[in-house]
Design a protein around this ligand. Structure first.
Ligand code: ADP
Ligand code: MG
Length: 291
C-alpha cells in the first residue's frame, strides 16, 4: 500500500501547481542537497524586450528583426519566442521558413525569402560565417543581456540585445532553499559568463558554469553528485538530458519545453519559481510523517 503521508504530500503539491510524478520522486526530493539551475527561462524570465540592435552591411533594424524572427518561428526556445513576439508587435510580416534546422539551445538556420538566415548565440552564428569580426556583437551586450546574432548568406548581418531579468523573488527563494536542506547552489547556462555573473551578482550562488554546450550540463550534474543528491531545474529542450541525469529533474512546465516536462520528475505547472521551496517543504514534511 502507498503510505498515506505520500498520497497527501502528492495531492497537497498538486493543489499548489506542483506536479510530482509519484512517491519515489517525493522521497527523492527530501534527500536533495545540491541545486543546479539553468539560467535563461528558469532563473530569469528570458522573455524581456529587445533593447538595442547593431546592424552590419545595409540591413535596416526592422529587416534584421524580421529575418531573425522568421527563421526562429521553428524554435520553441524562450529567446526565439521573444523575437517572434517582438516582430509581431512591430507589425513585421514574417516569412514562412523553409529548409529550417534547429540546433537545440544554440540557434536556427533557415531559408527566408531565398536567403540563408542563421540566428542564435554569437558562437553558433559566427561559426557559420567567413571569419567576420564578431567583437562588435560581443561588445553590444557587455554584461547587460542576451545577444542574439544574425547572419545572412554566410555574412554576419547584425545582433539584437535583450535584457535578461531575474524572476521576481529569485534571491529570496535561494536564501529560503538554504534553510530547506540545500547546501550548494550552482548555475549552469549556455549563455555567456559575463551575463551569468551579472545576473547572479546578488544571489547566494556557489559556482557558475557558463558558455555550455547542451551536452555539458549532464557532465555538470554528474560532477555535482560529489556534494550530494542533485536537483536540476530547467526549461529547455537542451536541458532534458541533464534533468534525466539528476536525482530530481524539475521542469518549468508553464513556459518551458514539452521535452523538459516529459523528462522531469517534478513539473511546476504555474510560472512561479517559489514553488520549488514549497515542493521541498512538502517532501520534508511527508518524510517526517512517514518515519
Ligand atoms: P540557458 O542555458 O541559460 O537556458 P540556453 O543555452 O538555452 O541558455 O541559450 C543560450 C543562448 O543561446 C541564448 O542566450 C541565445 O543567445 C541563444 N539561443 C539558443 N537558441 C536560440 C534560438 N532559437 N534563437 C535565438 N537565440 C538562441
Ligand atoms: Mg533555459
Amino acid at each position: 500500500a502507498v503510505p498515506v503521508a505520500i498520497v497527501s504530500g502528492l495531492s497537497r503539491a498538486a493543489a499548489r501547481g506542483i506536479l510530482i510524478k509519484g512517491g519515489k520522486a517525493l522521497e527523492a526530493l527530501a534527500r536533495v542537497r545540491v541545486l543546479v539551475f539553468d539560467k535563461t527561462g528558469t532563473l530569469t524570465r528570458g522573455e524581456a524586450e529587445i533593447t538595442s540592435e547593431i546592424v552590419f552591411g545595409g540591413l535596416s533594424p526592422r529587416e534584421l528583426l524580421r529575418l531573425a524572427a522568421s527563421a526562429d518561428q521553428v524554435s520553441k526556445h524562450v529567446v526565439a519566442r521573444t523575437l517572434v513576439a517582438a516582430a509581431e508587435a512591430r507589425g513585421l510580416g514574417l516569412a514562412v521558413p523553409s529548409e529550417a534546422r534547429e540546433v537545440p539551445g544554440e540557434g536556427v538556420v533557415a531559408t527566408i525569402d531565398g536567403r540563408e538566415v542563421a540566428v542564435g548565440g554569437v558562437g553558433f552564428v559566427t561559426a557559420l560565417t567567413d571569419g567576420d569580426d564578431a567583437d562588435p556583437l560581443r561588445m553590444l551586450g557587455k554584461d547587460r543581456g542576451i545577444v542574439v546574432a544574425v547572419a545572412v548568406d554566410g555574412r554576419l548581418a547584425g545582433g539584437l540585445l535583450m535584457v535578461d531579468e531575474l524572476r521576481p523573488g529569485a534571491a529570496d527563494l535561494l536564501h529560503r532553499l538554504r534553510g530547506l536542506g540545500i547546501v550548494r547552489i550552482v548555475l549552469a547556462t549556455g549563455d555567456r559568463r559575463a551575463v551569468a555573473e551579472a545576473v547572479t551578482a546578488d544571489l547566494p550562488v556557489d559556482a557558475i558554469h557558463a558558455d555550455l554546450a547542451p551536452g555539458d550540463k549532464v557532465a555538470i550534474v554528474v560532477a555535482e553528485r560529489a556534494f550530494g543528491a542533485v536537483m536540476m531545474v530547467g526549461d529547455g529542450v537542451n536541458d532534458a538530458p541533464a534533468l534525466a541525469a539528476a536525482e530530481i529533474g524539475v521542469a518549468m512546465g508553464a513556459t518551458g519545453s514539452a521535452a523538459a516536462a516529459e523528462t522531469a520528475d517534478v513539473v511546476l505547472l504555474v510560472d512561479q519559481l517559489d514553488r520549488l521551496a514549497e515542493a521541498l517543504a512538502i517532501a520534508a514534511r511527508s518524510r517526517s510523517i512517514a518515519l
